[in-house]
Design a protein around this ligand. Structure first.
Ligand code: TRP
Length: 452
């Protein structure tokens, strides 16, 4: 028992490093790649509004719930449930999280590989002189190739594996604490360029003016699923990370800060992308390529664009890396603790299995793009089942666990650091945790699947 703890605790640095790790996990491709692309697919403003409501009413309470569970139990996700609710079936969300981690990292690694290709393209100045149609063709041509996207996926997964293995997370989290503010600055510069493009206001209206006639049950389910995805919720990542938090940490403040930062970056990414989408006549519902097609156009219209473009894709890859290590970590923790594997073997096995599962994802963008089941490719199915089914169900169980099983007294003791802090929000939190979050998740879920 003790050695296990030492091995795990060893991987993280200081208290600040842990907060950086949580933010690093949350901010990633979800904010900059997925949020704009699904906002485009599901019609803009109304989708964004539902997403923001999901973040506030469901996401934030679940962030705090995962923090309460993890810091109280001081264990990995499954161990935490077993410790807090011995002899019950409450560990089931932990098992679901394991499966979801496999599925998410499989397609995450593929998209992260694209960012490496685009970094390479940026360095070799491949976007210069290309018009929007050329850039669209360039993206389509790249992802439909057989070997090249898989090559970059393997490189990215290798990096993820290496960081988890070498136990240098402290280092990368420190680096990302420096680098993520730089990414934020670049996004803000991009925002300024984008909103001053001719025709930009149409993009802002698309993003912020809700048109409820475009909102479908499927769109709402995606907004909910994305709230989980973006905040790294429902899978035990935050339980695991918060088990390393100090007993002096203010859990509620940390939860609010991480949620605001994560949501803010997603919105800023949307503000950089949609004005440009309309200015350059790109289809908002273009799908997973939206960011990769749109932003090179913007960089070309900027002084110093060559330089900013390189920096942007480099930092996007780093942001993806601080997220991917948090996903792999969940799997490795299970393998080490449940299957009693050595950390090294567990990491290499998990990363290899996930990389192999990612290959059909990559192929489904090209040679297998016609292989569909109910209109979804393999890539779409992995994302759908993991993000829109497993994460919401996991989140539902997690929040219900805190609301109903732990209950008010134990929760209060944990969020107030045994009475040190005030928690005036507690009645509201318990209400959200017991009723609002579970009920809303259940309704959106059933409605989105067409069952309600
Ligand atoms: N939140 C990350 C992003 O937005 C992805 C991620 C990391 C994640 N860990 C997770 C998603 C756990 C779901 C569950 O890119």
């Amino acid at each position: 028992m003790e050695t296990k703890d030492v091995v795990q605790r060893d991987s993280f640095g200081s208290k600040l490093g842990i907060i950086a790790a949580v933010a690093g996990s949350a901010v990633g491709l979800g904010n900059i790649w997925k949020f704009p692309y699904i906002t485009g697919v599901y019609g803009g403003g109304a989708f964004v509004l539902v997403y923001l409501i999901c973040i506030a009413l469901i996401g934030l309470p679940i962030v705090l719930s995962e923090f309460v569970i993890g810091r109280k139990a001081q264990k990995n996700a499954i161990g935490s449930f077993k410790k807090l609710a011995p002899g019950t079936l409450w560990f089931v969300p932990g098992i679901m999280g394991l499966v979801a981690a496999f599925m998410i990292l499989a397609f995450y690694g593929v998209v992260a590989g694209w960012t490496l290709e685009y970094l390479f393209k940026a360095i070799t100045n491949s976007f210069v002189g290309k018009n929007p149609a050329d850039l669209e063709g360039m993206f389509g041509g790249f992802i439909s190739q057989l070997a090249r996207p898989i090559f970059w996926q393997i490189i990215f997964m290798g990096l993820t594996c290496w960081i988890v293995l070498a136990g240098i997370k402290g280092g990368i989290e420190k680096a990302s604490k420096l680098l993520m503010p730089v990414l934020l600055v670049i996004i803000i510069i991009l925002d300024i360029r984008a909103v001053t493009l001719p025709g930009a206001s149409e993009g802002l209206a698309f993003l912020f003016k809700p048109d409820f006639s475009k909102l479908t049950g499927e769109g709402m389910l995606n907004a909910l699923g994305h709230a989980f995805f973006s905040l790294s919720l429902g899978m035990g990542t935050l339980i695991t990370y918060s088990s390393y938090m100090s007993k002096k940490e203010n859990l509620a403040t940390t939860a609010v800060q991480v949620t605001i930062a994560d949501t803010g970056i997603a919105l800023l990414a949307g503000i950089a992308i949609f004005p440009a989408v309309f200015a350059f006549g790109i289809e908002p519902g273009a799908g997973p390529g939206l960011v990769f097609i749109t932003l090179p156009n913007v960089f070309q219209q900027m002084p110093g664009g060559y330089f900013f473009c390189i920096l942007f894709f480099l930092l996007l890859a780093v942001a993806a890396l601080t997220s991917s290590i948090s996903i792999l970590e969940v799997v490795v923790a299970y393998f080490v603790e449940e299957l009693k594997l050595a950390r090294r073997a567990a990491t290499i096995m998990a990363a290899s299995a996930i990389t192999i599962m990612g290959i059909p994802c990559s192929l489904s963008m090209g040679v297998w793009s016609k292989v569909k089941f109910m209109d979804k490719t393999f890539f779409d199915w992995l994302d759908f089942i993991a993000s829109n089914v497993m994460l919401p169900l996991g989140g539902l169980l997690i929040v219900a666990f805190v609301g109903w099983y732990l209950g008010r007294e134990k929760t209060e003791a944990e969020v107030t650091n045994e009475g040190e802090l005030k928690a005036g929000y507690l009645p509201l939190f318990m209400f959200l945790a017991k009723f609002v979050a579970p009920v809303v998740i259940a309704i959106v879920f059933l409605h989105g699947l067409g069952l309600f």
